[in-house]
Ligand binder design. Structure first.
Ligand code: ATP
Ligand code: MG
Length: 311
């Protein structure tokens, strides 16, 4: 299996993110704009897209996202942008396109995306752990002293980051800074919604033997036919609670004080770090080609996350 590295559909408005290719889809019956979001098999680490795809990853991410979106809506926790996963009503696609898209495409409401990454951390890892070691706080949120790497926090914390354009790294910022960028009322809403989603998803995952250590959300205001905000409340966009946007750890192996085993891209990051320490890569584009065992190991971890979470 080769994997889908990039797509070239006969639809207007293509833009490429690191992982998703996004196209304009025909508007809804009320004229509201829609997008087709296609999860490719690309994988990025340290904000660099790897040249080797992980075959099947886009389908796993789409499946996990769709299940979480519908679970979150059923629980009444937050509304999402998903309208459906069926591309049958979209004209201009070939038979080959439709086969490629099956299971990796979502039809969504087009939104004005809030330019803040809404990160929630329930455990101390990654940039949160780095900041904590330097300052005893994360994004201006003070934490108790003496915490170890991988420790559970007394309460989940909201630690926003900027959404930087391609090539730049997202940067952790304080809540006040995020409010200056996106508006105080919007950020209050996003903090409450993000923490509520994290708490609910953490509990759901833990019942299935998985720790949701942290995760990142994106929100946006749905647009109307004239490109204006159709609602005064943001909804959840992009992907949600996937192994690309979250740290998932096997609960029975959790051992604070060191790096945790994981069902996410930490496995790839660790392999890349061995290249960095041998002077073979500098964390800049282009990324190194991934050997078959790293591709297979990554795919197996993503699949295991899906299996444990949704059977
Ligand atoms: N409903 C939506 N309306 C408008 N834009 C959306 C919507 N859902 C997702 N997007 C955008 O589509 C893109 C998806 O691509 P991808 O997730 O690969 O991007 P990325 O490289 O991670 O960059 P970003 O940091 O912007 O997410 C993102 O820019 C995301 O903000
Ligand atoms: Mg994204």
């Amino acid at each position: 299996m080769d994997g889908v590295f990039e797509t070239d559909l006969g639809l207007p408005g293509r833009r490429r993110g690191k992982v998703r290719d996004v196209y304009d889809a025909p508007p809804g019956t009320d004229g509201s704009p829609r997008l087709l979001v296609v999860a490719t098999d690309r994988i990025s680490a340290f904000d660099v897209v790897m040249p080797t795809p992980i075959p099947g990853k886009g389908r796993i991410l789409t499946d996990i996202s769709l299940r979480w979106f519908s679970w979150l809506e059923r629980q009444g926790i937050v509304d999402g942008h998903v309208l459906g996963a069926d591309t049958g009503a979209i004209p201009g696609l070939t038979v080959v396109d439709r086969a490629m898209l099956a299971g990796r495409a979502m039809l969504v409401r087009r939104c004005r995306v809030v330019p803040i990454e809404c990160v929630v951390r329930g455990y101390l890892e990654g940039s949160g752990w780095s900041e904590y070691q330097r300052s005893g706080a994360v994004c201006g949120v003070p934490l108790p002293s003496g915490l170890r790497r991988g420790d559970r926090l007394p309460e989940p914390i909201f630690t926003p980051a900027t959404k930087e354009e391609a090539g730049k790294h997202d940067e952790n910022i304080t809540f006040d800074r995020a409010s200056a960028i996106a508006g105080g009322a919007t950020m209050e809403f996003l903090r409450r919604a993000s923490v509520a989603v994290y708490r609910a998803a953490h509990a759901y995952a833990l019942e299935r033997g998985v720790i949701l250590a942290d995760t990142k959300f994106e929100f946006g205001f749905p647009l109307d036919r004239d490109g204006r905000d159709a609602a005064d409340r943001p909804i959840l966009v992009d992907e949600v609670l996937t192994p690309d946007s979250s740290r998932y750890w096997p609960a029975d192996r959790w051992m604070p004080g060191a790096e945790q085993e994981s069902f996410d891209k930490q496995y790839l990051r660790e392999w890349l770090n061995t290249l960095v320490s041998r002077g073979l890569w500098n964390k800049q584009a282009p990324g190194p080609a991934l050997p078959a065992h790293v591709v297979a190991g990554t795919a197996a971890r993503y699949e295991e996350a899906r299996r444990r979470l949704f059977g």
